[in-house]
Design a protein around this ligand. Structure first.
Ligand code: NAP
Length: 282
């Protein structure tokens, strides 16, 4: 039976350390503050933003929410980002994705000041990550790296397969894992013989968005499994991209859903807001 990687507990530990940092910053007369922009009516996004608000409260970070109608223009969105960039009392800016199709999210990410880019989606942050320079690492990959660290899972020389190549999870993960000297293979919807790749992997990270996609027969004994997927079934229950019940019998370590990568993502956002505040105080 696998060791269950407890993301909820690790996230709690990280948040309680950040709380101490936050108090120290406040004692110097600065109040760390995150601005979140939510465009439109996406249900899941609203839940994510609510969770981020709660985490901010827990750590002591101020939270400012900007809820915009789905009909807003690109100019209105960019104007808001530029105002937030200018404001000295805002230390981090997060644009919740997805945003409506008529808006250009890439331009929006580009406009967020790299100093306040706590989600790590500005091309400058992405470029620095690829050069292994200090930057804001996007929160889900960063949270996964923290889990490896906490559970002493050494990536050096390991065959590591990432399934999924999105800009927010798969791609930054490639860089994070390469920086830790893993041998990284990235699979996606056009990959042929996916199972051949996953079967020889020491570590599999699934970021696909398809419930229970990774099955027992796709992995080897002793594999480390990181399940990024969040899939809501018709019954309202959350499942990951991995068939947890069966895969855990073969794995050495596995993350559950819920309670795995999700809470770590939010904790690392808090971490990035505190980091941004400290940088801006220098
Ligand atoms: P995404 O943008 O939809 O990307 C999904 C990736 O999976 C794509 O690269 C796609 O390949 C690949 N894929 C789809 N079907 C496949 C198949 N049959 N075989 C192999 N690869 C396949 O999703 P995302 O934003 O990365 O999110 C992935 C999942 O993680 C979702 O469930 C999301 O809700 C969850 N998520 C969780 C957190 C967290 O904090 N826990 C954070 C972010 C996302 P192509 O590129 O070829 O289309």
């Amino acid at each position: 039976m696998a060791v269950i990687i407890d993301g909820k507990e690790l996230a709690r530990k990280i948040r309680s350390n950040l709380k101490i940092d936050c108090e120290e910053i406040k004692s110097k007369g600065v109040n760390p503050k995150l601005a979140v922009i939510l465009v439109g009516d996406d249900k899941a996004s609203k839940v994510y933003v609510k969770n981020k608000n709660k985490a901010c409260e827990d750590v002591g970070i101020e939270f400012e929410e900007h809820i915009l109608e789905s009909e807003i223009t690109q100019k209105q969105l960019i104007d808001l980002i530029e105002q937030l960039n200018e404001r000295k009392d805002i230390h981090g800016i997060l644009l919740q994705s997805p945003i409506p199709n008529h808006l250009d999210i890439n331009e929006a990410f580009r406009k967020i000041s790299p100093d306040k880019d706590v989600d790590g989606f500005n091309p400058i942050s992405v470029g620095k990550l690829s050069l292994n320079q200090d930057t804001f690492v996007s929160c889900t990959p960063y949270g996964i790296m923290k889990m490896f660290e906490e559970y002493n899972i050494d990536l050096e020389g390991k065959d590591l397969v990432i399934i999924g190549r999105s800009n927010i999870v798969g791609k930054p993960l490639i860089q994070c894992c390469l920086n830790k000297n893993a041998t990284v293979t990235v699979c996606h919807s056009r990959t042929k013989n996916l199972k051949e790749h996953t079967k020889r992997a020491d570590i599999v990270i699934a970021a696909i968005g398809k419930s229970k996609f990774v099955t027992e027969d796709m992995v080897k004994d002793g594999v480390v499994i990181i399940d990024v997927g969040i899939n809501r079934g018709d019954d309202g229950k959350l499942t990951g991209d991995v068939d947890f019940e069966n895969v855990q019998k073969k794995a050495s370590y596995i993350t559950p859903v819920p309670g795995g990568v999700g809470p770590m993502t939010v904790a690392m956002l808090m971490n990035n807001v505190i980091k941004a505040t400290k940088n801006q105080m220098k």
